[in-house]
Design a protein around this ligand. Structure first.
Ligand code: PLP
Length: 462
């Protein structure tokens, strides 16, 4: 095994030396990848790992968008640290089973320890918060929907939605993440249970409009049970007015969930924390470690101040074969969506421990500062920033885009095809297509920003 692990570490090391000079965009298309795979692997003969490793690494180098590239300005997918890579290796090697606490007490406690710390950073009381790792933000948002259903819709856990005295509805903004629509489909609420409230001009949820929608729904015989606010929208990084929405939710008796999948990391920065004021009063929060916390994929987090709701939503009472519970430690299978679970939280634990509180804050601040630099450079090059956020995400347009001489998605595609940087286009507010660039890597430098602005300007010119 040693030789294989040494080859692995050499491969990872050389990838990180070279990634800055690799094209960000895949050079192989799916047909070419499929062809390579079917030529080489029919699985009839075993292939030496020493041969497989470099072949798979080659395929990955040529066949993915390199989200760890310092000029990937994309969809919240981070660069990762050595701590995260090492932790994922350890989790794979020891393969602890976290479904039941008694099977992996050290795993469960490692996760609990870091979740308690992050709960307190959110402003939640770690002693009364139910917190868990999820596969990502979508699972965390889905968890919020079912936890809220379990306690806000009478009879739901036993009788399902059929038992609801009035049809439950879920209220969110047009900028909220689409995973809530999916959760509505999967939970049996159905898409028609989702009420979309139009946003104000600055793309935030208007608390007055939310109040009016909640009242109108009730007047029409329906039962709003959940209000979703977003701290850092996916398209534009906009933070809703959390304090005002907390007030509306309390007054109207609905559960408030704050989706801070990306923006949650801002609580780690004293400079940015005030922008998330009110998050500590939410009923539940989604926060992805695999976004701004720079942890490898597959690490979302769900925080809920109502452990009894979580126990009701996910608990089963007796099961036929699971080991008995450990006193004082809820079994993850009975408090979350998953059953057999990997040690998701180790990469979060090790990343947080390796950086330390000051290190975490420095990374968050440095990336926010890079976002400011990006906005300055774009403005200087004749682009107009259209989103208002302290977070490092710029949505921008240009007179040529506004006159319709070229489309935002066309410009983004040209930038991607050139391969020196990766940006996307996004539709925000009243169907405006804009360019979107997010600082996702702690390795991004000002020189990388210059390359990006050059590339976008060139793509804009045709
Ligand atoms: C990314 C994102 C999600 C979905 O999270 P995944 O980790 O991709 O499952 C949900 N909400 C917001 C605001 C996001 O940015």
């Amino acid at each position: 095994m040693r030789a294989d692990l040494e080859r692995l570490s050499a491969e990872i090391e050389s990838f990180y030396e070279e990634v800055r000079d690799l094209p960000v965009t895949p050079r192989l298309d799916p047909a070419q990848i499929r062809q390579r795979l079917s030529e080489r692997y029919d699985f009839t003969r075993p292939v030496e790992l020493s041969e497989l490793l470099p072949a798979v690494a080659d395929l990955l180098r040529a066949g993915i968008v390199h989200v760890t590239h310092p000029r990937y300005f994309g969809l919240f997918n981070p660069s990762v640290t050595a701590a995260g890579i090492v932790a994922d290796g350890l989790a794979a090697a020891y393969n602890p089973q976290l479904a039941a606490s008694s099977h992996a007490p050290a795993g469960v406690e490692l996760e609990r320890h870091v979740l308690r710390y992050l709960s307190s950073r959110l402003g939640f009381d770690p002693d009364t918060t139910a917190a868990s790792f999820t596969s990502g933000g979508a699972e965390a948002n889905h968890s919020a929907v079912v936890a809220a259903l379990a306690v806000r819709v009478p009879g739901f856990v036993e009788g399902g939605l059929r038992a609801a005295p009035a049809p439950p509805v879920l209220v969110l903004s047009s900028e909220a993440h689409d995973s809530f629509r999916k959760a509505a489909q999967l939970s049996g609420l159905g898409r028609e249970a989702v009420r979309v409230v139009a946003t104000a001009d600055d793309l935030t949820l208007d608390p007055g409009a939310v109040r009016a929608v909640l009242r109108a729904e009730r007047a029409n015989g329906r039962a709003p049970f959940l209000l979703v606010a977003t701290a850092g929208t996916t398209a534009a990084g906009v933070i809703d007015h959390l304090l005002a929405l907390v007030e509306v939710a309390r007054e109207q008796g609905v559960w408030l969930h704050v989706d801070a999948a990306w923006g949650g990391a801002a609580v780690l920065s004293r400079r940015l924390r005030p922008h998330l004021a009110g998050i500590e009063l939410a009923d539940s929060v989604t926060w992805d470690a695999h976004k701004w916390l720079s942890v490898p994929m597959g690490a979302g987090m769900f925080f809920c101040r109502h452990p009894e709701a979580v126990a009701r939503a996910f608990g089963l009472g007796e099961t036929s074969y699971m080991p008995g519970a450990v006193a004082g430690t809820p079994d993850p299978y009975a408090t979350t969506m998953q059953w057999s679970r990997r040690l998701i939280g180790l990469k979060v634990f090790m990343t947080v421990a390796a950086l330390g509180e000051a290190g975490l804050e420095a990374v968050v601040n440095a990336m926010a500062e890079m976002g400011e630099e990006l906005r300055r450079r774009l403005a200087a090059a004749g682009f107009r920033i259209v989103n208002v956020t302290p977070l490092p995400l710029a949505c921008f347009t240009h007179p040529r885009l506004e006159r319709g001489e070229v489309g935002a998605s066309e410009v983004a595609a040209r930038v991607q095809a050139a391969g020196r940087a990766w940006i996307s286009s996004a539709r925000i507010g009243n169907a405006t297509d804009v360019l979107r660039a997010c600082i996702t890597s702690f390795r991004t430098t000002e020189a990388d920003l210059d390359v990006l602005v050059d590339e976008v300007s060139r793509a804009m010119a045709g």
